[in-house]
Write a protein that binds this ligand. Structure first.
Ligand code: ZN
Length: 75
């Protein structure tokens, strides 16, 4: 699916967790080394799997979020 291009999927490492973030940017779940995480290239943040899936469902093919929450993001 083209939507996977909106995210970079990777495994959380100690380095990412200590240098970037150790929580999901959306639900603030604590991330552990080895967890699958998704870098959101539109918003420059890391998401857990669950939030990435939810976000994917709200996105159109241009990785734009079409649900109510992010009105104004692109305006
Ligand atoms: Zn999350």
């Amino acid at each position: 699916m083209s939507k996977s291009a909106c995210f970079v999927t990777q495994q959380a490492t100690e380095e990412i967790l200590s240098r970037v973030t150790n929580v999901c940017a959306e639900c603030y779940t604590e991330l552990q080394p080895g967890d699958i995480i998704h870098y959101d290239m539109q918003n420059y943040r890391y998401l857990c799997e669950r939030c990435q899936e939810e976000l994917c469902e709200k996105m159109n093919d241009e990785c734009e979020i079409i649900a109510e929450e992010s009105e104004g993001l692109f305006g």
